[in-house]
Design a protein around this ligand. Sequence first.
Ligand code: ADP
Ligand code: FBP
Length: 331
Amino acid sequence: MKTIDFTTITLNPAVDHTLFVDGMTLGSVNRAIDFQRQAGGKGINVATMLALGGATVAVSGFLGRNNPSIFDRHFRDHGLLDHFIRVGGETRTGIKIVDTKTDETTDINLNGPAAAESQQAELLAKVKELVRPGKWVVIAGSMPKGVAPEFIGELIRVVHSGEGLVAVDSSGAALKAAMDAGADLAKPNEHELAEYFNKDLRDFDDLVHAARSLQKEKVANLVVSLGSEGVLFLTPESEWKASAPNVKVVSTVGAGDSMMAGFLRGLADGETPEDCARMGTVYAWNRLESLLPKLPSGNVLKSQMRQIAVQPLTEAEAEVSSLSGGGPRQN
Ligand SMILES: Nc1ncnc2c1ncn2[C@@H]1O[C@H](COP(=O)(O)OP(=O)(O)O)[C@@H](O)[C@H]1O
Ligand SMILES: O=P(O)(O)OC[C@H]1O[C@](O)(COP(=O)(O)O)[C@@H](O)[C@@H]1O
Protein backbone atom coordinates (compact mmCIF):
# COMPACT_ATOMS: atom_id res chain seq x y z
CA MET A 1 0.00 0.00 0.00
CA LYS A 2 1.08 3.62 -0.69
CA THR A 3 2.79 5.51 2.15
CA ILE A 4 0.14 7.19 4.30
CA ASP A 5 1.07 10.44 6.04
CA PHE A 6 -2.30 10.97 7.77
CA THR A 7 -5.64 9.17 8.07
CA THR A 8 -8.89 10.95 8.84
CA ILE A 9 -12.10 9.31 10.03
CA THR A 10 -15.43 11.01 9.42
CA LEU A 11 -18.23 9.00 11.04
CA ASN A 12 -20.93 11.39 9.80
CA PRO A 13 -19.93 13.20 6.58
CA ALA A 14 -22.18 15.78 4.94
CA VAL A 15 -22.89 17.38 1.60
CA ASP A 16 -22.55 21.03 2.58
CA HIS A 17 -24.99 23.45 0.89
CA THR A 18 -23.78 27.00 1.50
CA LEU A 19 -26.36 29.72 0.80
CA PHE A 20 -25.38 33.39 0.73
CA VAL A 21 -28.11 35.87 1.71
CA ASP A 22 -27.93 39.64 1.94
CA GLY A 23 -29.83 39.89 5.22
CA MET A 24 -32.03 37.17 6.64
CA THR A 25 -35.46 37.36 8.29
CA LEU A 26 -36.85 34.27 9.98
CA GLY A 27 -40.51 33.60 9.15
CA SER A 28 -40.41 35.36 5.76
CA VAL A 29 -39.21 34.71 2.18
CA ASN A 30 -35.44 35.18 1.82
CA ARG A 31 -33.55 35.03 -1.48
CA ALA A 32 -30.10 33.54 -1.90
CA ILE A 33 -27.58 35.64 -3.83
CA ASP A 34 -25.15 32.76 -4.28
CA PHE A 35 -24.99 29.02 -3.64
CA GLN A 36 -22.29 26.39 -3.37
CA ARG A 37 -22.52 22.62 -2.84
CA GLN A 38 -19.53 20.59 -1.76
CA ALA A 39 -18.39 17.37 -0.09
CA GLY A 40 -17.92 18.05 3.62
CA GLY A 41 -17.78 16.63 7.10
CA LYS A 42 -15.02 17.42 9.55
CA GLY A 43 -12.53 14.62 8.78
CA ILE A 44 -12.93 15.10 5.02
CA ASN A 45 -12.28 18.83 5.40
CA VAL A 46 -9.14 18.15 7.47
CA ALA A 47 -7.94 15.61 4.88
CA THR A 48 -8.52 18.02 2.00
CA MET A 49 -6.35 20.75 3.56
CA LEU A 50 -3.61 18.24 4.44
CA ALA A 51 -3.65 16.93 0.85
CA LEU A 52 -3.50 20.50 -0.53
CA GLY A 53 -0.34 20.85 1.58
CA GLY A 54 1.20 17.88 -0.25
CA ALA A 55 0.45 15.01 2.16
CA THR A 56 -0.83 11.55 1.24
CA VAL A 57 -4.07 11.14 3.17
CA ALA A 58 -6.38 8.16 3.63
CA VAL A 59 -10.02 8.96 4.40
CA SER A 60 -12.43 6.60 6.14
CA GLY A 61 -15.65 6.51 8.12
CA PHE A 62 -19.22 5.83 6.98
CA LEU A 63 -20.56 7.11 3.64
CA GLY A 64 -24.13 6.75 2.30
CA ARG A 65 -24.42 4.39 -0.66
CA ASN A 66 -27.11 6.44 -2.46
CA ASN A 67 -25.33 9.75 -3.23
CA PRO A 68 -21.64 8.90 -3.72
CA SER A 69 -20.79 10.97 -6.82
CA ILE A 70 -19.95 14.28 -5.12
CA PHE A 71 -17.60 12.47 -2.72
CA ASP A 72 -16.03 10.26 -5.44
CA ARG A 73 -15.25 13.42 -7.43
CA HIS A 74 -13.87 15.24 -4.40
CA PHE A 75 -11.61 12.32 -3.39
CA ARG A 76 -10.35 12.01 -6.99
CA ASP A 77 -9.73 15.75 -7.39
CA HIS A 78 -7.71 15.94 -4.15
CA GLY A 79 -5.95 12.58 -4.40
CA LEU A 80 -7.57 11.31 -1.17
CA LEU A 81 -7.34 7.53 -0.68
CA ASP A 82 -10.93 6.38 -0.25
CA HIS A 83 -11.34 3.76 2.51
CA PHE A 84 -14.93 4.65 3.50
CA ILE A 85 -17.33 1.90 4.58
CA ARG A 86 -20.54 2.25 2.54
CA VAL A 87 -23.79 2.24 4.54
CA GLY A 88 -27.42 2.18 3.37
CA GLY A 89 -29.14 5.51 2.58
CA GLU A 90 -27.97 9.00 1.63
CA THR A 91 -25.12 10.90 3.24
CA ARG A 92 -26.78 13.81 5.07
CA THR A 93 -26.98 17.45 4.05
CA GLY A 94 -25.47 20.34 6.02
CA ILE A 95 -27.06 23.74 5.39
CA LYS A 96 -24.85 26.79 5.97
CA ILE A 97 -26.46 30.22 5.63
CA VAL A 98 -23.92 33.01 5.29
CA ASP A 99 -25.44 36.45 5.86
CA THR A 100 -23.22 38.90 3.99
CA LYS A 101 -24.82 41.80 5.88
CA THR A 102 -23.79 40.60 9.35
CA ASP A 103 -20.98 38.21 8.28
CA GLU A 104 -22.64 35.55 10.45
CA THR A 105 -22.90 31.89 9.44
CA THR A 106 -25.87 29.81 10.61
CA ASP A 107 -25.49 26.01 10.44
CA ILE A 108 -28.32 23.49 10.21
CA ASN A 109 -26.78 20.01 10.21
CA LEU A 110 -29.22 17.23 9.32
CA ASN A 111 -29.11 13.63 10.59
CA GLY A 112 -27.28 11.09 8.50
CA PRO A 113 -27.82 7.38 7.86
CA ALA A 114 -27.23 4.83 10.63
CA ALA A 115 -24.19 2.55 10.83
CA ALA A 116 -24.96 -1.03 11.93
CA GLU A 117 -22.80 -2.92 14.42
CA SER A 118 -21.32 -5.07 11.65
CA GLN A 119 -20.30 -1.89 9.80
CA GLN A 120 -18.72 -0.48 12.95
CA ALA A 121 -16.69 -3.70 13.27
CA GLU A 122 -15.71 -3.32 9.61
CA LEU A 123 -14.48 0.22 10.29
CA LEU A 124 -12.38 -0.91 13.27
CA ALA A 125 -10.72 -3.52 11.03
CA LYS A 126 -10.15 -0.90 8.31
CA VAL A 127 -8.52 1.52 10.77
CA LYS A 128 -6.26 -1.28 12.03
CA GLU A 129 -5.11 -1.68 8.43
CA LEU A 130 -4.54 2.08 7.91
CA VAL A 131 -2.73 3.01 11.12
CA ARG A 132 1.03 3.65 10.85
CA PRO A 133 3.44 4.01 13.82
CA GLY A 134 3.97 7.67 14.75
CA LYS A 135 1.41 8.97 12.19
CA TRP A 136 -1.69 10.96 13.08
CA VAL A 137 -5.21 9.58 12.76
CA VAL A 138 -7.88 12.29 13.01
CA ILE A 139 -11.35 11.39 14.31
CA ALA A 140 -13.62 14.35 13.66
CA GLY A 141 -17.27 15.33 13.68
CA SER A 142 -20.51 14.09 15.16
CA MET A 143 -21.66 10.50 15.67
CA PRO A 144 -24.22 9.02 13.28
CA LYS A 145 -27.34 7.19 14.39
CA GLY A 146 -26.67 3.74 15.84
CA VAL A 147 -23.13 4.58 16.98
CA ALA A 148 -22.52 4.99 20.72
CA PRO A 149 -20.13 7.73 21.87
CA GLU A 150 -17.93 4.98 23.36
CA PHE A 151 -17.15 3.78 19.80
CA ILE A 152 -14.67 6.63 19.61
CA GLY A 153 -12.82 4.98 22.52
CA GLU A 154 -12.67 1.72 20.56
CA LEU A 155 -11.23 3.55 17.55
CA ILE A 156 -8.62 5.22 19.75
CA ARG A 157 -7.55 1.88 21.22
CA VAL A 158 -7.11 0.42 17.72
CA VAL A 159 -4.95 3.38 16.65
CA HIS A 160 -2.84 3.18 19.80
CA SER A 161 -2.37 -0.56 19.44
CA GLY A 162 -0.88 0.20 16.00
CA GLU A 163 1.33 2.90 17.62
CA GLY A 164 -0.45 5.74 15.84
CA LEU A 165 -1.39 9.10 17.35
CA VAL A 166 -4.98 10.31 17.68
CA ALA A 167 -6.36 13.83 17.19
CA VAL A 168 -10.03 14.41 18.01
CA ASP A 169 -12.49 17.14 17.08
CA SER A 170 -15.83 16.21 18.59
CA SER A 171 -18.26 17.39 21.23
CA GLY A 172 -20.50 16.25 24.07
CA ALA A 173 -20.38 12.60 25.09
CA ALA A 174 -18.07 11.67 22.20
CA LEU A 175 -15.47 14.24 23.30
CA LYS A 176 -15.70 12.89 26.88
CA ALA A 177 -15.24 9.31 25.63
CA ALA A 178 -12.24 10.41 23.56
CA MET A 179 -10.65 12.16 26.54
CA ASP A 180 -11.19 9.08 28.72
CA ALA A 181 -9.65 6.84 26.05
CA GLY A 182 -6.48 8.97 25.96
CA ALA A 183 -6.56 10.94 22.69
CA ASP A 184 -3.21 12.64 22.04
CA LEU A 185 -4.67 15.94 20.76
CA ALA A 186 -8.10 17.56 21.01
CA LYS A 187 -9.49 20.73 19.41
CA PRO A 188 -12.60 21.87 21.20
CA ASN A 189 -13.87 25.37 20.52
CA GLU A 190 -14.88 27.57 23.44
CA HIS A 191 -18.48 26.25 23.49
CA GLU A 192 -17.38 22.61 23.39
CA LEU A 193 -14.97 23.28 26.26
CA ALA A 194 -17.77 24.89 28.31
CA GLU A 195 -20.04 21.94 27.53
CA TYR A 196 -17.30 19.49 28.60
CA PHE A 197 -17.16 21.08 32.05
CA ASN A 198 -20.90 21.77 32.04
CA LYS A 199 -20.42 25.38 33.09
CA ASP A 200 -20.36 28.88 31.62
CA LEU A 201 -16.90 30.23 30.88
CA ARG A 202 -17.63 33.85 31.75
CA ASP A 203 -14.25 35.44 31.20
CA PHE A 204 -10.74 34.76 29.92
CA ASP A 205 -9.67 33.49 33.36
CA ASP A 206 -12.43 30.87 33.36
CA LEU A 207 -11.52 29.82 29.84
CA VAL A 208 -7.81 29.44 30.61
CA HIS A 209 -8.55 27.63 33.86
CA ALA A 210 -10.79 25.10 32.04
CA ALA A 211 -8.23 24.62 29.25
CA ARG A 212 -5.40 24.04 31.76
CA SER A 213 -7.34 21.50 33.75
CA LEU A 214 -8.37 19.55 30.60
CA GLN A 215 -4.78 19.54 29.34
CA LYS A 216 -3.30 18.48 32.69
CA GLU A 217 -5.83 15.76 33.41
CA LYS A 218 -6.65 14.33 30.01
CA VAL A 219 -4.85 15.36 26.82
CA ALA A 220 -1.21 16.19 26.09
CA ASN A 221 -1.89 18.59 23.19
CA LEU A 222 -4.90 20.86 23.62
CA VAL A 223 -5.98 23.35 20.96
CA VAL A 224 -8.87 25.64 21.97
CA SER A 225 -10.11 27.63 19.00
CA LEU A 226 -11.72 30.97 19.80
CA GLY A 227 -13.10 32.14 16.44
CA SER A 228 -12.12 35.76 15.75
CA GLU A 229 -10.19 35.82 19.06
CA GLY A 230 -7.58 33.33 17.90
CA VAL A 231 -6.46 30.07 19.44
CA LEU A 232 -4.83 28.62 22.57
CA PHE A 233 -2.29 25.80 22.33
CA LEU A 234 -1.36 23.99 25.55
CA THR A 235 1.22 21.19 25.74
CA PRO A 236 3.02 19.64 28.73
CA GLU A 237 5.99 21.94 28.03
CA SER A 238 4.42 25.28 27.12
CA GLU A 239 1.25 27.34 26.66
CA TRP A 240 0.58 29.80 23.81
CA LYS A 241 -2.04 32.12 22.40
CA ALA A 242 -2.06 32.99 18.69
CA SER A 243 -3.99 35.92 17.27
CA ALA A 244 -6.64 35.35 14.58
CA PRO A 245 -5.77 36.30 11.00
CA ASN A 246 -6.76 39.77 9.88
CA VAL A 247 -8.85 38.69 6.94
CA LYS A 248 -12.02 39.43 5.01
CA VAL A 249 -14.11 36.39 5.93
CA VAL A 250 -16.06 34.82 3.05
CA SER A 251 -17.36 31.94 5.17
CA THR A 252 -16.31 30.35 8.48
CA VAL A 253 -17.38 26.85 7.31
CA GLY A 254 -14.40 24.52 7.66
CA ALA A 255 -12.16 27.07 9.43
CA GLY A 256 -11.84 24.84 12.51
CA ASP A 257 -11.12 21.78 10.35
CA SER A 258 -8.46 23.68 8.41
CA MET A 259 -6.93 24.81 11.68
CA MET A 260 -6.71 21.18 12.81
CA ALA A 261 -4.97 20.31 9.52
CA GLY A 262 -2.41 23.10 10.01
CA PHE A 263 -1.60 22.06 13.60
CA LEU A 264 -1.08 18.43 12.53
CA ARG A 265 1.07 19.47 9.58
CA GLY A 266 3.22 21.48 12.00
CA LEU A 267 3.44 18.68 14.57
CA ALA A 268 4.24 16.06 11.92
CA ASP A 269 7.02 18.30 10.57
CA GLY A 270 8.47 18.75 14.08
CA GLU A 271 7.79 22.51 14.20
CA THR A 272 7.92 24.40 17.51
CA PRO A 273 4.57 24.80 19.35
CA GLU A 274 4.53 28.52 18.37
CA ASP A 275 4.94 27.63 14.70
CA CYS A 276 2.28 24.90 14.99
CA ALA A 277 -0.10 27.60 16.28
CA ARG A 278 0.92 29.85 13.36
CA MET A 279 0.51 27.02 10.85
CA GLY A 280 -2.94 26.12 12.26
CA THR A 281 -3.97 29.76 12.00
CA VAL A 282 -2.81 30.28 8.41
CA TYR A 283 -4.52 27.07 7.26
CA ALA A 284 -7.74 28.50 8.79
CA TRP A 285 -6.98 31.89 7.18
CA ASN A 286 -6.85 30.40 3.68
CA ARG A 287 -10.16 28.63 4.22
CA LEU A 288 -11.86 31.74 5.64
CA GLU A 289 -10.99 33.69 2.50
CA SER A 290 -12.44 31.21 0.07
CA LEU A 291 -15.51 29.06 -0.26
CA LEU A 292 -13.52 26.25 -1.82
CA PRO A 293 -10.54 24.78 0.03
CA LYS A 294 -7.23 26.19 -1.17
CA LEU A 295 -3.67 26.61 0.05
CA PRO A 296 -0.99 28.89 -1.45
CA SER A 297 2.63 27.96 -2.19
CA GLY A 298 5.11 27.39 0.65
CA ASN A 299 6.58 30.90 0.37
CA VAL A 300 3.21 32.64 0.65
CA LEU A 301 2.32 30.37 3.56
CA LYS A 302 5.57 31.31 5.32
CA SER A 303 4.91 35.00 4.81
CA GLN A 304 1.38 34.56 6.19
CA MET A 305 2.86 32.76 9.21
CA ARG A 306 5.10 35.76 9.93
CA GLN A 307 1.95 37.89 10.22
CA ILE A 308 0.47 35.81 13.05
CA ALA A 309 1.34 37.08 16.52
CA VAL A 310 1.95 34.32 19.06
CA GLN A 311 2.58 35.03 22.74
CA PRO A 312 2.98 32.95 25.89
CA LEU A 313 -0.41 32.40 27.45
CA THR A 314 0.71 34.01 30.73
CA GLU A 315 1.47 37.21 28.78
CA ALA A 316 -2.01 37.16 27.18
CA GLU A 317 -3.56 36.64 30.63
CA ALA A 318 -1.66 39.64 32.02
CA GLU A 319 -2.78 41.82 29.08
CA VAL A 320 -6.43 40.82 29.47
CA SER A 321 -6.40 41.37 33.19
CA SER A 322 -4.77 44.82 32.86
CA LEU A 323 -7.34 45.79 30.20
CA SER A 324 -10.36 44.55 32.08
CA GLY A 325 -9.30 44.92 35.70
CA GLY A 326 -10.17 41.20 35.99
CA GLY A 327 -13.70 41.83 34.64
CA PRO A 328 -15.51 40.20 31.67
CA ARG A 329 -13.45 39.14 28.68
CA GLN A 330 -12.29 41.92 26.34
CA ASN A 331 -9.42 40.33 24.38
N1 ADP B 1 -14.41 35.62 12.12
C1 ADP B 1 -13.13 35.23 12.15
N2 ADP B 1 -12.15 36.15 11.95
C2 ADP B 1 -10.85 35.79 11.96
N3 ADP B 1 -10.43 34.52 12.18
C3 ADP B 1 -11.35 33.58 12.41
C4 ADP B 1 -12.76 33.87 12.39
N4 ADP B 1 -13.43 32.73 12.63
C5 ADP B 1 -12.49 31.75 12.77
N5 ADP B 1 -11.25 32.25 12.64
C6 ADP B 1 -9.96 31.50 12.68
O1 ADP B 1 -10.26 30.12 12.50
C7 ADP B 1 -9.94 29.38 13.69
C8 ADP B 1 -10.96 28.29 13.91
O2 ADP B 1 -12.25 28.86 13.99
P1 ADP B 1 -13.32 28.46 15.12
O3 ADP B 1 -14.59 29.14 14.73
O4 ADP B 1 -12.78 28.76 16.46
O5 ADP B 1 -13.41 26.88 14.95
P2 ADP B 1 -14.69 25.91 14.87
O6 ADP B 1 -15.22 26.09 13.46
O7 ADP B 1 -14.12 24.56 15.10
O8 ADP B 1 -15.65 26.38 15.93
C9 ADP B 1 -9.84 30.43 14.79
O9 ADP B 1 -9.00 29.99 15.85
C10 ADP B 1 -9.29 31.64 14.05
O10 ADP B 1 -7.89 31.54 13.87
O1 FBP C 1 -20.28 16.46 12.26
P1 FBP C 1 -20.88 17.78 12.66
O2 FBP C 1 -20.46 18.23 14.01
O3 FBP C 1 -22.37 17.79 12.45
O4 FBP C 1 -20.28 18.87 11.69
C1 FBP C 1 -20.35 18.71 10.30
C2 FBP C 1 -20.18 20.02 9.62
O5 FBP C 1 -18.97 20.59 10.05
C3 FBP C 1 -18.16 20.97 8.96
O6 FBP C 1 -17.17 19.97 8.86
C4 FBP C 1 -17.55 22.32 9.19
O7 FBP C 1 -16.88 22.32 10.45
P2 FBP C 1 -16.11 23.59 11.02
O8 FBP C 1 -16.78 24.81 10.45
O9 FBP C 1 -16.20 23.44 12.51
O10 FBP C 1 -14.69 23.47 10.57
C5 FBP C 1 -19.05 20.91 7.73
O11 FBP C 1 -18.35 20.52 6.60
C6 FBP C 1 -20.11 19.88 8.14
O12 FBP C 1 -21.33 20.16 7.57
